[in-house]
Ligand binder design. Sequence first.
Ligand code: ADP
Length: 207
Amino acid sequence: MSELPFSPRQVVEEIVSLVRVAAEEKGLVLLEDVADNIPVAISGDDGRVRQVLINLMGNAIKFTHQGHVSVRLIPHHQDPEALLFSVTDTGIGIAPEHVDQIFEHFTQADSSITRRYGGTGLGLAISHRLVELMGGRIWVESRLGQGSTFFFTLPSRPVELPPPLVAPLEQANEATTKTLRILVAEDSPDNELRLFASLADAKTWLD
Ligand code: ADP
């Protein structure tokens, strides 16, 4: 788990642009709300935060047939030293008897959902573990047939972003002309999103 300065706003924006096509293909409205008063940069592991967000956003899109999926980032109202992320959807929701186990390994709400939507039942278990390792908490509030909101908190340790490296003009021009084209052949939209998340992670290195 790395401890490096990153912009939480940028991470949210990246994930939203990553899942936009998947949401639009389903006719869903994708909304994003990042509060003005969150720190410009915090110290942490942006790759792991991306992983959790892509999983929650991927699920929200997968389990919603109409309406909207929205992501929000605000300072935690009860804890000034934490940030609160939330992903809300107007999808199928989760029955009260399943909510408690949803973060356990290989748990899916029920077998008819597995048959219809596929998946592994691992995404939320991994997200749960990652959020705890980062010192936060994850939970869900849901109403069957109406939708769900997944919340997670992260400690907010404001730091300064390092100034961007300024390359000499020639190098910069050369860098902008290098375009990578990657063909993804994947029959599961779920896996496709996860792959894009890994590529977004790799992009940080390629840049
Ligand atoms: P997977 O999606 O691969 O089955 P997850 O661990 O990500 O595994 O999710 C576990 C289960 O939680 C899902 O199978 C589904 O039943 C339920 N679930 C997760 N997110 C949502 C959501 N946004 N709306 C309704 N049900 C959800």
